[in-house]
Design a protein. Structure first.
Length: 360
């Protein structure tokens, strides 16, 4: 069955339908990852976006029971050049087409994703519709559309939940949390207590936690003004680590500003330099907004990492505090684990703070 991808700039791409049958709308973005399609499709940072995979064949190793990053499929639709008909992997339970059908995720294959990606790189991310027929009304609809507001409210947890008790207790503020972040913390002997994005600082501190994690998530950080005073209060009292959207919110809370990138950073091959050592590592990233480096003047924030290609801000440290942030994903699920030791830095900060408090 034919299916069509309509872009806000008037372009139309045709292909074959798979997965869910409903019309889908969203901001059209692309990911350069050669693998990791299951993690990407379950990553809340892709919530309600139309996700185009640049790698030409998606689904080679099927879908397994272990690699989901959340409890649902997050994009509104996916775009592929070709999907594997016969996946091969000992962990595979079904094909990507069967998975998309099971969870009612619309997809289109047979698209020239190389040309589509070039169009996004040239024109920037844009609104799009996935439809079964092209009509003047739908073309007008996508040109006038504006999707993707207040996305964090749609993906954050609606209740507090916790892992097994451990010596160190970390509060995780959920803006669209990936399971791999929890896994990295728990593997380092930390009990994770996950809170909804709207939780107050008083509620979090009342649980007697030893550290704070600000998670990744979708959307525009400038929409989340209510959380900024919460972050300011938490960072004054406990060690803090922030990732992706959490990094942007950490910057906003401390006087910086953010802006929208032309086409974002999405994939697992982004080179990042640690400024203090010169160390360069490849990273996993998924974000459409960035911290404005020029806005850091006059704040107490200093840049710790930068992206090699466009020099965007990839890491921040709050002077005089055990509080830092990273734009990239050190959990890297999937992707390179070059910076996974940033979790060790956080554990060391939390341990030192807890020991200092116990001796006062």
């Amino acid at each position: 069955m034919k299916r069509y991808l309509l872009l806000a700039n008037g372009s139309v791409y045709s292909g074959e339908a798979f997965g869910g049958t409903q019309q889908a709308a969203g901001e059209l973005v692309f990911s350069t990852g050669m693998t990791g399609y299951q993690e990407a499709i379950t990553d809340p940072s892709y919530h309600d976006q139309i996700l185009c995979f640049t790698y030409p064949l998606i689904g080679n190793y099927g879908i397994n029971a272990d690699d989901d990053e959340s409890g649902r499929l997050q994009p509104s639709a996916i775009v592929c050049h070709e999907i594997a008909r016969r996946p091969s992997n000992w962990r595979s339970r079904m094909s990507i087409a069967a998975w998309a059908s099971k969870h009612n995720l619309p997809g289109i294959s047979g698209v020239d994703t190389r040309a589509l990606t070039k169009e996004i790189r040239d024109g920037g991310v844009m609104q799009a519709l996935l439809v079964d027929e092209v009509t003047p009304e739908l073309v007008a609809q996508v040109k006038a559309a504006h999707y993707g507001q207040q996305q964090v409210a749609a993906v954050t947890t609606d209740k507090i939940y916790s892992s097994a008790p451990q010596k160190l207790r970390v509060a995780v503020l959920d803006f669209g949390l990936k399971n791999s972040i929890l896994r990295e913390l728990q593997q380092r002997g930390m009990q994770t207590i996950v809170f909804p994005a709207s939780t107050s600082a008083q509620e979090i501190l009342a649980t007697d936690v030893d550290g704070i994690m600000l998670s990744n998530g979708p959307g525009n950080p400038a929409e989340l003004t209510a959380v900024l005073p919460v972050i300011r209060e938490l960072e004054e009292q406990l060690p803090l680590m922030a990732i992706c959207l959490g990094h942007q919110l950490f910057a906003l809370a401390n006087g910086a500003s953010t802006y929208k990138l032309k086409f974002g950073h999405r994939g697992f091959n982004h080179a990042v330099r640690e400024l203090s050592t010169g160390r360069i590592g490849f990273t996993s990233q998924n974000h459409g907004f960035a911290v404005d480096g020029d806005s850091l003047a006059g704040t107490q924030l200093e840049v710790t990492h930068e992206e090699i290609n466009d020099h965007t801000v990839e890491g921040l440290q709050l002077k005089g505090h055990a509080a830092f942030s990273l734009q990239f994903h050190p959990d890297a699920a999937p992707g390179p684990h070059d910076y996974v030791d940033m979790f060790d830095k956080f554990v060391a900060n939390v341990t030192s703070h807890k020991e200092a408090v116990s001796h006062t």
